[in-house]
Design a protein around this ligand. Sequence first.
Ligand code: PHE
Length: 456
Amino acid sequence: MTNDRGSWGSRPGFILAATGSAVGLGNIWGFPTQVGQGGGAAFVLIYLIAVIFICAPILLGEVLVGRYAQLGPAGAVRRISPSGPWWVIGLLAVAAGTFILSFYAVIAGWTVQYLWLAVTDGLAADAEGSGALFGAVSANPIRNVLFTGLFLVATAWCVNRGIRRGIEAASRLMMPLLFVLLLILAIRSVTLPGAAEGLAYYLRPDLSQALNPEIIGAAVGQAFFSLSLGMGALITYGSYLHRSHAVRSASIAIVGIDTTIALLAGFIIFPAGFSIASFSSGSTFDPTAGGPGLIFAVLPQLFATLPGGLLFGAAFFLLLSVAAFTSTISLLEVPVAHAIDQWRWPRSKAVLAVAAFTFAFSIPSVLSFSGGFFSELPAVGGTFFDLMVNVWNEGALPLGGMLISLFIGWRWGARFAGDELRRDGPGFPSPALWGFLIRFVSPAAIFLLIVSRFVL
Ligand code: PHE
């Protein structure tokens, strides 16, 4: 093993970094948007069930595999099962990390541009609520290629510094900032005039939506994405743990913080959204606005009209940028760790190669918003960007999660996996409970979901 692998300086360092991976655009943009489209609190309910029964056991499993093998997904799988078809888990992980990063960085680039606009008063352009600002920002290919590239360069710089001096140090700096911003924004938001309507919407479940398979599918996909599961990010981060570091409470903390932050983001977005109506005459808030609408078109309107709103807006987009950054770091680290472990590349070469490839591949995602070929792919009837989101977020991650749970539960085997868990001493969940969930509950639930979504 080369010295390029690295390790965490401490267990809290690992928890912060893994939480940084989990908390991202998925929590602050994706979750509220999906709640809006999925019938409010009904979606929240399904989401919580998915997190507890399907995702949390897999998260613990991923960390455990990583700690055991001290290798990224491909190496870890091969270490446990030198032959057999399980290598696809590693392949899927490297591909998902690279391709998700390619479109994630585009949105991250918008968040930085919006931060700039908030600071320089540029958000005022959206006071009329026409959504023109988002059109102008997203349709400018050159500027978006530039900001996507800048975000990737910053990410690459950090990953290149290594586990302790790069990833862990960045997480230690950014996660506290993120928590503080989040709390300030949530308090500001629920005390806005008209906020009560938003809270009612967010907290009152429309149970007629709860059994809709499409919404269940979206909720499970969202849970995977939000927890960075199904693509070995947590195998990779787990592999930098010392074998003596306990993983149970760390995993529970990661799941708990990620979920709390997604829920908190709802307390920012919905009251703020509904409160717009009381500021700008004639405009109403549509919580079901899909895609980028909610965050990048609706909220800027509020920031532009609310007294002191630009400060609120600047804090909000700073929050988004910071959250995105600790996630892009982990997306990049998965393929980088692969090149280091499997191909014995030096870290710097791996970072450069993956970042350059990802940057090139981000261009069609950028062009998805500026008209032309990539904004209306003939074969899929949507944008290239939408295609990427569907394939990776809603397809590859749940599929990867199912394979990982089957691999852990049946190939590594509940007994050996349980032994690895027992190294931590007694605690919750017990090896028996966890073994049951990861052998039966998680894979069966995901299987049913995939069948219902893509086959029926
Ligand atoms: N969990 C991140 C988010 O919520 C996205 C992510 C997915 C990061 C997969 C790493 C791996 O935004």
